[in-house]
Structures are given as structure tokens and as C-alpha cells.
Design a binder for this molecule. Structure first.
Ligand code: PGA
Length: 248
């Protein structure tokens, strides 16, 4: 049985004070959550505080990005070892906002996945189509391509540690979620591709999330679909509503 996972992607929200207040609200509501593994992914600057505040809880910590080099002259970047040192177990990689606004390529995402795994970080690997691609019937080929590229050179043992997140761009931050049937269709396809790459047993063990306007109203029906193992939550992760999603 795959255990549900709900990760909150805070994006570029939260000064240190705001992060503290948000965690003071959320921690008592989602600690020891029976329904799901819970992950907070705050901005880099809030990670150290979050690690401190999450001590003694079973809430995990994740970052929203990292660079694939070990260290050196990469101004403004954050290394995998820094994330591990700050207490992260997870790292979101290949989010569409990184791909769209910061020019991340499939090859970048692949290098990041490989490097994160070398450091014992569990990637939350995002893929998804934009509106035009969906309208042109390209959804499944787009996500399949992104998935195959991201897993280049990753062994089956390592692949098991990756969490895949299907995030259609048209559903992110728009208030218009994919329907449960749309999300299920893509997540099932992704699992099929993972099966081709790593065998059915590995694919069955891997967790695949849906992300894009997940809220307290739609979480239960989305997470109830056979190939959807939880959610990557943006906007609603900044409110007490996140707890309702975790306890869907
Ligand atoms: P949203 O964002 O829940 O605000 O749509 C999801 C995401 O981008 O991870």
C-alpha cells in the first residue's frame, strides 16, 4: 500500500516572521497525521527555522529547488549538501515555475534529480502540460517525455525514492483543478512509463501526486483515485486549510 503524501509548496511566500506564524498554526493541526505523510517546503531562508520548529514532530522538511553542483562559484545557488545540512529530506525539482521563469531544461532537471539522490534527498519531481498542449492532445506525450528525461541514469533502487508530481500548468494557481478523471488518466500513464523503465513492481511502489489548485473541497476525490497518492499544494498550503487537505 502506498502511503499518501501531502507536500506544501509555499513558493516565494513568507518572511521569517510569517513562516513562524504559519508553522505555529499548522504544526499542531498536522503533526502525527494518520491520513498522510506531511511535508513543508518553505523558501530557503525559512528552512533553518522550520527545521528547528519541526523537531520532535513527524512533519518532514523539503526545499523548493537546488543546484546540481557540489559547491563553488555559483552565486545565489544552494547545494544539495546545504539542504541536507539544513534538515531537508525532500526537494521539489523541475517545478513548472522553475522551467518557465528560470529556463530550467529537462537536462537541468535530470542532473538535479541524480544529484539529489546521491545526497539522500528525495526529489519531488514535477511534470505537466500547458493549456495549448492539452488542447492539442499532447498531454500524455509531454509528461511522458519530461518523465523519461528526468529519470535518465537513475537506477531502479533510486527511482523508488522519487515522488512524481503531475502538475498541469493550467491548473496551478488558477483555482481550476484538473478533474479527478483527468488527473487519474495522466497519473496512470506516468505509472505505466515508470513500469516500462523500472518494472511494474517498482512502479507500483512509487508515489505519484497531483498538484494544481488542490483545496479542502477537492482533495478527497483527487486523492481517492487509484493512481493518485496525494498532492503538491501551493496556495492552500499557506492557510489552515492545508490541515484539512492533509486529513482529507
Ligand atoms: P497551487 O500550486 O496549489 O497554488 O495551484 C500548486 C503548485 O504549484 O505546486
Amino acid at each position: 500500500m502506498r502511503r499518501t503524501i501531502v507536500a506544501g509548496n509555499w513558493k516565494m511566500n513568507g518572511t521569517l516572521d510569517e513562516a513562524k506564524a504559519l508553522m505555529e498554526t499548522l504544526i499542531p493541526l498536522v503533526n502525527h497525521c494518520e491520513e498522510a505523510d506531511v511535508v513543508f517546503c518553505p523558501p530557503f531562508i525559512d528552512l533553518a527555522l522550520a527545521a528547528q520548529m519541526l523537531q520532535g514532530t513527524d512533519i518532514a522538511l523539503g526545499a523548493q529547488n537546488m543546484y546540481f553542483e557540489e559547491k563553488g562559484a555559483y552565486t545565489g545557488e544552494i547545494s544539495p549538501a546545504m539542504l541536507v545540512g539544513a534538515g531537508c529530506q525532500y526537494v521539489i525539482l523541475g517545478h513548472s515555475e522553475r522551467r518557465t521563469y528560470f529556463g530550467e531544461t529537462d537536462a537541468d532537471v535530470n542532473q538535479k534529480v541524480v544529484k539529489a539522490l546521491q545526497h539522500g534527498l528525495k526529489p519531488i519531481l514535477c511534470c505537466g502540460e500547458n493549456q495549448a498542449q492539452r488542447q492539442n492532445g499532447e498531454t500524455l506525450s509531454v509528461v511522458e517525455h519530461e518523465l523519461r528525461e528526468a529519470f535518465r541514469g537513475v537506477s531502479a533502487d533510486d527511482a523508488r525514492k522519487v515522488i512524481v508530481a503531475y502538475e498541469p500548468l493550467w491548473a496551478i494557481g488558477t483555482g481550476v483543478s484538473a478533474t479527478k478523471e483527468q488527473a487519474q488518466e495522466v497519473c496512470r500513464t506516468l505509472r505505466g512509463v515508470l513500469g516500462e523503465l523500472y518494472g511494474g513492481a517498482v512502479a507500483e511502489d512509487m508515489r505519484i501526486l497531483y498538484g494544481g489548485s488542490v483545496n479542502a473541497q477537492n482533495a478527497a476525490e483527487l486523492f481517492g483515485m487509484p493512481d493518485i497518492d496525494g498532492g503538491l499544494v501551493g496556495g492552500a498550503s499557506l492557510k489552515a486549510e492545508f490541515a484539512q487537505i492533509c486529513h482529507y
